[in-house]
Design a protein around this ligand. Structure first.
Ligand code: C2E
Ligand code: CA
Ligand code: CA
Ligand code: CA
Length: 280
């Protein structure tokens, strides 16, 4: 048992070493990825479940490295956050998405809303980065909820007063606020009372177990009832089956996102979808 113990320690350090090297490799490449134009955005439609209309989408980043290949945001976003590179990357994302939403609103869908994921790091320094975004949107005439920012519950738990004032400020300037991955973080209902929130996104882990696990189904139903009573719109994430969609609709959820409805797609493809929507 002792020998095995030593082996497993040895194995663990080897693993840590390769993880470390992989992290270093990603960080080094991350620094130049913006200049080398290795990022692009994809858009995943958010569908009105009652009539299948698309007037919202979530913007998701993709990183295509010439040698390494596609690197998942799950792998590089945490490193971008640790190194602070996330701020420059997010400004790039914001510029891309705001230009797109402006174009799409003018040509195809005046009420289109695109949501952008944000990281807690971006709310430091009095949230200057986020308040700047709101100013830029105003200058472009995009103050009617053209952009939503997605935040996680954990952000609301830390640094309460500063975050409240940043969110209040940008919301008054027409930026919608969505809570992402609802139910997976340090969950507290008090913030739903203290903040004005526009959307609550039920995490896909709950949605995906709805049909098979009574407890997950009960949680989803309870979240939907509570949000509806508070006047917060619910978006269900990760809908993969017709059964999940039906259960959500029965529970009173009208907005959904997931592979059953549409996968994340390139800008041109999403634009084609908006053109089709117009002729419906
Ligand atoms: P998230 O914000 O929860 O995004 C939803 C993720 O679920 C996306 O993964 C999406 O492709 C995936 N998804 C959508 N529908 C389904 C489904 O029906 N089933 C399953 N299993 N998955 C589905 P993706 O694009 O790999 O992003 C992973 C995470 O990386 C995101 O989770 C988000 O936290 C982060 N991320 C992605 N893009 C950005 C970005 O532009 N900025 C920041 N800060 N974070 C981002
Ligand atoms: Ca999200
Ligand atoms: Ca999510
Ligand atoms: Ca997330």
């Amino acid at each position: 048992a002792k020998a095995r113990g030593r082996n497993s320690i040895h194995y663990f350090t080897e693993q840590m070493r390769t993880d470390f090297l992989k992290r270093m490799e990603i960080i080094q490449n991350l620094r130049s990825a913006l200049n080398k134009q290795q990022f692009h955005m994809v858009y995943q439609p958010i569908v009105d479940l009652t009539n299948n209309k698309i007037i919202k989408a979530e913007a998701l980043i993709r990183w295509q490295h010439p040698e390494i290949g596609a690197i998942s945001p799950l792998d590089f976003i945490p490193l971008a956050e640790e190194t602070g590179l996330i701020c420059d990357i997010s400004d790039w994302i914001f510029n891309q998405v705001s230009q797109q939403v402006k174009h799409w609103r003018e040509h195809y869908c005046p009420e289109l809303m695109i949501s952008i994921n944000t990281s807690p790091v971006q709310y430091r320094n009095q949230g200057r980065q986020i308040t700047n975004w709101a100013e830029l949107l105003k200058k472009q005439g995009l103050e009617q909820q053209a952009i939503a920012i997605e935040i996680t519950e954990n952000l609301l738990m830390e640094n309460q007063s500063q975050v409240i004032s940043v969110l209040d400020q940008v919301r008054q300037q027409g930026v919608a606020i969505a809570i992402d991955d609802f139910g997976t973080g340090y969950c507290s209902f008090s913030y739903l009372k203290n903040y004005t929130i526009d959307y609550l996104k039920i995490d896909k882990s709950f949605v995906q177990n709805m049909a098979t696990d009574n407890k997950d189904a009960a949680l989803c139903q309870a979240i939907i009832v509570m949000a509806n009573k508070l006047g917060i719109d619910v978006i269900a994430e990760g809908i993969e089956t017709e059964q999940q969609k039906q259960l959500l609709m029965q529970a009173g959820c009208h907005l959904g996102q997931g592979y059953l409805l549409a996968k994340p797609m390139k800008q041109q493809e999403f634009e084609q979808l908006l053109i089709q929507e117009q002729s419906k």
